[in-house]
Write a new protein. Structure first.
Lengths: 267, 328
């Protein structure tokens, strides 16, 4: 009841802002635009074009999702409207969940519009690959949701909007921009220490490879779009394992954020 | 006008607000220090104190915005933390430093509160009651002036006919006219049966409506009583200043209920604790000299306030104290 009301309020408020339209436009441009460029500049089959587009889109979508979400709580704290909400019956949990639902819906609407536009672009240019649109949409959607979750979690642990922005940028740098380096560093370090043989890929190194939501989404989409098994024995060649990673990302940051926000002094 | 409140006995309704040893420490600073506050059901309680005295921290604890370091607090017999949801359906609040949703209309704000409290109030009726027109109610709150925002916040607080209204500095941002309307509204709500608890650092706001006043300073109550009783306890009396043709020779003899008689620069001053003591003093002085002018200053609430709070922290208080004759 309260969660739904908070979510609707959040959407109504955000819907009147230019943010929604800016986000939608950004997502559409990134997904459809990049796919369009990939489709026209190569003679690759649809699944390769989609794969290429997916790899590029997962770089852009996380920062959009983080910025959609990072002000969810801190914005209300800075404006003082959270004091009005908390004076009314909704609890902090209701507010956090309502915000999560609202911002997730916002992100999903934008992703959906982006994915549909992408489908139109691909089918127009290549004439096939419409079937790939479903996994494309699902895994981009899940990844967007995961980053919205991370952003809302960040917002819940921050006391100011500036702090939330700094944390969101840090999360982006670590999980998206620098993860390749981090993974290679860990791998090289482990080889140096004699924990693994140079060049080998034991399970835990592979795990590090699919740890961030963007990586997990790419792994899941690639396996799914290349006809891989959903429940393959090797988790790193399956769809279920990276999907599970995405679902964990959906829950853990929000839960962590809730525990901090629950006990925070709203001075 | 002022009602004298007899402490409730056990079979009467539960206190509207009840705190026991409520304490909040921020690092080494005790913002609120062992506060025992009881606001009886049906009264208008003014929570008075200079800025930084601990008023807001106390209210923040009552509203569960901030958790106490020690002590307990309940309102309407419900624990402010464990039973907050149930409690918040029955109270109305104008918190300090609240914000509005700039892009949502005034009416939408009230509709939201109606939805959250699960009641069937008519938003337009509430908006009208606080003096916001239909036209204003349709505008986004981001376009509101401070006073209009304050009226909207009040309309939100009134949703669901709350049994207890908590207003943190409700007059800030209101013009004198708005402040008067607010007092009338507080009185109407009280007549309806609501308990009203409001904080202020402005004495006249409290003096005008409150049945009882609690004065807080440095996180502790320095006085809790009716205004009349506080004034009596103050023992400030009236400061009588007599300009005389020539100073009386020798000291003016001791008079009952007259204190601090001093003679200097052609002026005789005395503090009269009872009304008839003023005449006694004037008569006594006239026996020895001619009185050319008389000035009488009643001790004001400002003096009372200044005398109760330690350092008269802001300039206005200090000036008022000096003018009223409570010189240190």
């Amino acid at each position: 009841m309260s969660v739904r009301a908070v979510a609707r309020k959040d959407l109504a408020d955000a819907g009147r802002s230019k943010a929604l339209w800016a986000v939608t436009l950004a997502v559409v441009l990134f997904t459809a635009g990049i796919t369009g460029v990939a489709g026209t500049t190569s003679d690759e089959p649809a699944n390769v074009v989609f794969g290429l587009a997916f790899q590029l889109v997962v770089v852009a979508l996380p920062i959009i999702a983080l910025f959609v979400a990072k002000g969810a709580i801190t914005g209300e704290r800075e404006s003082g409207s959270v004091r009005v909400l908390l004076s009314l019956p909704p609890s902090r949990r209701d507010i956090l969940l309502g915000k999560l639902v609202g911002r997730t819906a916002l992100m999903l609407v934008a992703t959906l519009i982006g994915a549909v536009t992408t489908g139109v672009v691909v089918v127009t240019l290549i004439g096939s690959g419409l079937n790939l649109l479903v996994p494309f949409m699902i895994f981009l959607g899940l990844m967007g949701m995961a980053f919205v979750g991370i952003g809302v979690g960040i917002s819940a642990v921050s006391s100011t909007d500036g702090q939330a922005t700094a944390l969101a940028v840090t999360a982006y740098l670590i999980l998206v921009a620098l993860w390749n380096l981090i993974q290679r560093g860990i791998q090289a370090g482990a080889a140096e220490l004699g924990l693994i043989e140079a060049g080998s890929q034991p399970a835990w190194i592979q795990f590090i490879g699919v740890f961030p939501p963007n990586r997990a989404a790419v792994a899941a989409f690639e396996t799914a779009s290349s006809g891989g098994q959903i429940f393959a024995a090797d988790p790193f060649a399956s769809v279920w394992f990276p999907t599970l990673m995405l679902l964990i990302w959906l829950i853990v940051p929000v839960l962590g954020g809730y525990l901090r926000f629950r006990d925070a002094d709203i001075g | 006008m002022l009602q004298w409140h007899i402490p409730a006995t056990t079979e009467m309704t539960e206190p509207a607000i009840d705190t026991d040893g409520l304490t909040k420490r921020f690092g080494d600073v005790k913002a609120v220090d062992g506060l025992d506050l009881t606001v009886e059901s049906g009264e208008i309680f003014g929570f008075l104190g200079p800025n930084g005295a601990g008023k807001s921290t106390t209210i923040n604890m009552l509203l569960n915005f901030v958790s106490p370091t020690a002590g307990t607090a309940s309102m309407l017999g419900l624990d402010v933390s464990a039973e907050r949801k149930q409690l918040h359906r029955r109270i109305g609040v104008v918190p300090e430093n609240y914000g509005l949703y700039e892009r949502l209309s005034g009416r939408r704000h009230v509709e939201l509160a109606v939805e959250f409290k699960n009641v069937s109030d008519d938003p337009d009726e509430l908006l009208e009651r606080v003096g916001l027109s239909q036209e204003d109610a349709s505008r986004p709150a981001g376009e509101y002036s401070t006073g209009m925002g304050q009226r909207l916040a009040l309309a939100v607080a009134l949703v669901g006919s709350p049994e207890l209204l908590i207003l943190d500095e409700p007059t800030s941002g209101l013009d004198p006219n708005g402040a008067r309307e607010l007092r009338q509204l507080i009185q109407r709500e009280n007549e309806r049966g609501a308990t009203v608890f409001f904080s202020s650092h402005i004495l006249e706001q409290v003096e005008a409506v409150a049945d009882r006043v609690g004065i807080i300073d440095d996180g502790k109550f320095v006085a809790t009583d009716s205004i009349e009783q506080l004034r009596e306890n103050l023992d400030g009396g009236a400061r009588v200043t007599l300009h005389v043709g020539r100073e009386p020779e020798g000291p003016v003899a001791e008079l009952p209920n007259v204190r601090d008689i001093e003679i200097a620069n052609g002026v005789v001053r005395g503090t009269c604790l009872e009304p008839d003591a003023k005449l006694t003093l004037i008569d006594r002085v006239r026996e020895t000299t001619t009185v050319t002018d008389v000035r009488i200053e009643e001790s004001s609430l400002e003096d009372m306030f200044a005398s109760y709070t330690s350092d008269g922290s802001d300039c206005d208080d200090t000036e008022a104290a000096v003018a009223g004759g409570v010189e240190a």
